[in-house]
Design a binder for this molecule. Structure first.
Ligand code: ASP
Length: 316
């Protein structure tokens, strides 16, 4: 099993890993800053770790075979969407009406982007977002129909597939006001490929018990997801409303471009000024144009996978 670390940030602090480039390709992913899903219990930590490791390996294999950064982040995120432990795809958090509505976005460093919100039919929302990027003139589609998703050549799925017993139980506790712990999570990845291009992808079921139709930061270019070849690719997780107000992923890229700061400095300043200052919590993964990886969160915990000194590190 790869090396696993507890990533606990004491209240009011940020934990940050700043990892220098090692070779031509780079990859990092997160599995959400919402904390472990309480009802699953600590004994499933190993299952979370296995899910993170499998997703990391899926993305790394793409990069090692010469695939693009966009292919790699989609491979990571699709894998996490298929894993019912994470809040995306199967096992996504439910709206207050008990429906799984998914938000997802992809962006590559050339500026190409695609996003879906309130998606109910795509088995892998991240692939629907990629289809928006590739198949037409639009960037952002809300509630794509099953016909449209199938027309893109993607698998569709119904609510029975997405809704898990654990999420129904979580919603029951929210409705009866017995849940006080974190209700969110998200999955995302950033990569740099051998040609020097970067990409980001993010996918979520949003906040458990959210209003139907509520859209968070995840599918919004510049809020939860952003990529630009001359600076950085970023994928976020946390209290979406604050990430939207702070335009967090774009704020990091803007600091790199306009202030000429390195990615770790940019991430530190953005978290302090746009999240901590708002009393909001969350985290992110970022990769710079030269392959530097930064992983950071001011939330108590964040699931993540990245390489440090050539070994795979899992944060749980
Ligand atoms: N940012 C997501 C949202 O607000 C939730 C999360 O990442 O935990 O929808």
């Amino acid at each position: 099993m790869p090396h696993a670390e507890e990533s606990v940030a004491p209240p009011g602090t940020t934990r940050l890993w700043d990892l220098p480039p090692r070779g031509p390709v780079a990859l990092a992913l997160h599995g959400g800053a919402g904390g472990r899903i309480e009802e699953l219990g600590a004994e499933l930590r190993e299952a979370f770790e296995a899910g993170l490791a499998a997703a990391y390996r899926a993305g790394k294999a793409v990069l090692e075979e010469g695939g693009s950064a966009l292919d790699a982040v989609c491979a990571c995120v699709a894998r996490l969407e298929d894993d019912p432990l994470f809040n995306a795809g199967r096992g996504a958090a439910l709206t207050i009406d008990g429906v799984a509505e998914h938000d997802a976005a992809v962006m590559d460093g050339s500026g190409a982007a695609g996003a879906v919100a309130a998606s109910r039919h795509a088995r892998n929302p991240v692939l629907a977002a990629r289809s928006v990027l590739e198949e037409g003139p639009h960037v952002f589609l809300v509630a794509p129909s099953a016909e449209l998703v199938a027309g893109w050549g993607l698998q569709t799925a119904d609510q029975e597939y997405f809704v898990t017993e654990a999420r129904v139980a979580q919603l029951g506790r929210i409705r009866s006001l017995r849940l006080t712990g974190p209700r969110h999570g998200t999955v995302g990845a950033v990569a740099r490929d051998a040609l020097g291009h970067v990409a980001a992808a993010t996918s979520t079921g949003g906040m458990a018990g959210q209003a139907g139709g509520r859209i968070g930061d995840t599918p919004l270019v510049g809020a939860g997801t952003y990529a630009r070849d001359d600076s950085v690719a970023v994928s976020c997780t946390g209290e979406g409303e604050a990430f939207i107000r702070g335009v967090v992923s774009h704020d990091i890229a803007a600091r790199v471009r306009y202030l000429n700061c390195d990615v770790a400095q940019a991430v530190t300043s953005t978290i302090a000024e746009e999240l901590t200052a708002r009393g909001a919590s969350g985290g992110l993964v970022a990769v710079s144009a030269d392959g530097r990886v930064v992983v950071a969160h001011n939330s108590p915990t964040m699931f993540a996978a990245f390489e440090q000194d050539g070994r795979l590190v899992l944060l749980t």
